[in-house]
Structure formats: C-alpha cells, structure tokens
Design a protein around this ligand. Structure first.
Ligand code: 3EB
Length: 302
C-alpha cells in the first residue's frame, strides 16, 4: 500500500531551528508532535543540542553509525548522561537504522544497541542504574543515522512497571547480551501538574512476544498492556481520558497496510477526538512485533 513519504519532522520538540528528521514516515495523523513549545536558548553539550523550557531540559542528537552502531550508541549515551546531569530523566526516544538486521558478529542491531546502551549507562551511573531508568522507546528509522532525544526535568520522577510484564531491564539473555534499559512509565510531578510518559508498548506478556506477526491480536494485547500501565500509574484504566489536559499518542506500524484496521480500532477503543495522534511506518525492535504505541499525558495534580 503506498503511503505519503512525509516524515514526522519534529518528533517531540524543536530546539532552536534544528528540526530532527528521524526517518519514520507519517502514515496518518499529526505531522508534528509538539509536546513542548518551540524552544530557544540552545547550547551544544557533546553530540546533543540542548535547550531549556522552564524546569524542562530537552536534548536531541543525531549521529552517523561510526565506526559502528555500538560505538555511536556508547558515545551518545555518555553525552546524554553528561547533558542531563543534575536533572531527572523523564523520557528517551531512540531511532535505529536497520533495527532488525544483523550487525557485528551476526547479532541483531537492536540487541547491539541494547548492549552498548546498558554498558554506557552502567559506566556512568553504576550497577544500580536500572532503578533510575526512565520511560523510553526504540524503533527503526529509514535513514542512516542514530537519533536520540531526551526530556529531563528538575522535579521528582517515579518509574512504574507493568504487573504482567517482566521489567525490560530484567529480560533474560535469550533477548540479547544485555537487557533493554527502560521503565514502562515515568511520572513527573511538578508544582501544578503531572506528566506521564508511557514507553513504547507492544504485545509482550512476561518477557515473550504474544501473537507473533498477528497485528489484530497484538493490538488487543497492546491495549491491554496500556490499560495495565495506566492503572499502575494512577490514571485509571483509560489513560486519564476524563480529566487529562492533553494526550499524545504515537502508533508505530511495521506494515503500512495495517493502517486502516489499526486506526479504526483505536478510534473505537482508545482515542478521544481531542487527542494528538500520529501513525508512523517503522520497524519495531523485535522482528515478530508488528506494532507499538506510546503515550505522553498531561494531567492536573489531583
Ligand atoms: C518491549 O516491551 C518492546 O529498548 O528502549 C519498548 C520500549 C521496547 C522501549 C527500548 C523497547 C524499548 O520490550 C520494545
């Protein structure tokens, strides 16, 4: 099925005038996800363009895979931790070229990325790093650069796990030489509001893929996982549908042909007309996963 080759050129925020093209073609919905307003006051910290907005610190970096994906990941993550030092990390977005292809030693690129990310974070934060990991996503990109964005804040964060999923940082070695480094959700409480970042959510129960390559069943399982993490974060079963100030969703589809089915299902089961939603064509981190959904939600304090 043909799809418009437009890119979601601003995946999360714009630092100064630099708009990152992360290489996930837009299938439907909003061409921009503007979680934060246009930001100024950009400075460069290592590979990251960093800007401040109130108590928020936002950073974005894009780098070629040189000399390889592992080296590029190590460098970016060390820079990310330097740039965000003194702040609470709330959310990280990762975009990987050829995410399901094999790289060095025949290992899949996503697994190499997980290895290098984990090593880099451990080298800076020490062995107890899993308890400080924020919400994240790691999806494929059609371009040749590794892109990483982060949102950090000077306030306090709490991280949450889905009771029906093994925490990703405890996944067993069958999923790769080092486990993925992220929490299922991060809640930031500031003076008058809460921001809830729900990580990329897919059809995984325990640590195993449920319904490999079956988009319809994976969608039901993903919605179930979204309900479970919603309740765990204190948002009820429906991601604060009744009282949220703003809700943003990104839906990543491996197969563009699944768009109509997924979109009509989500309009029935999950979405409100006021939600900001983007449907993107992207490979997912496991070859047998066909979709992933992430959410960022702003609520009053209550
Ligand atoms: C999963 O639950 C599906 O490696 O940063 C979701 C969110 C997934 C983040 C990451 C991976 C990541 O394991 C994939």
């Amino acid at each position: 099925m043909p799809y418009p080759a437009r890119d979601l050129s601003n995946p999360v925020f714009t630092c100064g005038h630099s708009r990152l093209a992360v290489g996930t073609p837009l299938l439907a919905g909003s061409a921009e996800e503007s979680i934060f307003p246009r930001l100024t006051d950009t400075k460069q910290i290592g590979a990251f363009s960093v800007c401040r907005h109130g108590e928020w610190l936002l950073g974005q970096a894009q780098t070629p895979l040189s000399p390889d994906l592992e080296a590029a990941t190590q460098l970016l993550y060390k820079d990310l931790l330097t740039a965000s030092a003194g702040y609470s990390l709330c959310r990280i977005w990762n975009y990987l070229p050829a995410i399901n292809k094999s790289g060095t030693h025949g290992e899949e690129n996503y697994r190499l990325f997980c290895l290098a990310r984990s090593q880099a974070i451990e080298s800076v934060l020490g062995l107890n790093f899993p308890q400080n990991l924020p919400a994240a996503s790691a999806v494929g990109t059609d371009n040749n650069s590794l892109s990483v964005l982060f949102a950090a804040h000077s306030g306090r964060t709490c991280h949450f796990e889905n009771p029906e999923q093994v925490p990703a940082y405890y996944y067993p070695p069958e999923h790769g030489p080092r486990s993925p480094s992220f929490a299922r959700a991060t809640v930031l409480t500031s003076l008058d509001s809460k921001t809830i970042f729900i990580s990329g959510t897919a059809s995984i129960k325990g640590h195993k893929t449920s319904f490999p390559n079956d988009t319809s069943a994976q969608l039901d399982c993903t919605l179930d996982n979204l309900r479970l993490i919603s309740a765990t974060c204190g948002l009820g079963n429906n991601l604060a549908a009744e009282y949220a100030i703003e809700r943003h969703f990104k839906v990543y589809l491996r197969h563009a042909a699944d768009l109509d089915f997924v979109q009509s299902n989500l309009v029935r089961t999950l979405l409100l007309p006021s939600d900001q939603v983007s449907y993107l064509r992207s490979d997912i981190c496991r070859a047998d996963l066909t979709l992933e959904i992430e959410a960022s939600i702003f609520t009053p304090l209550t």
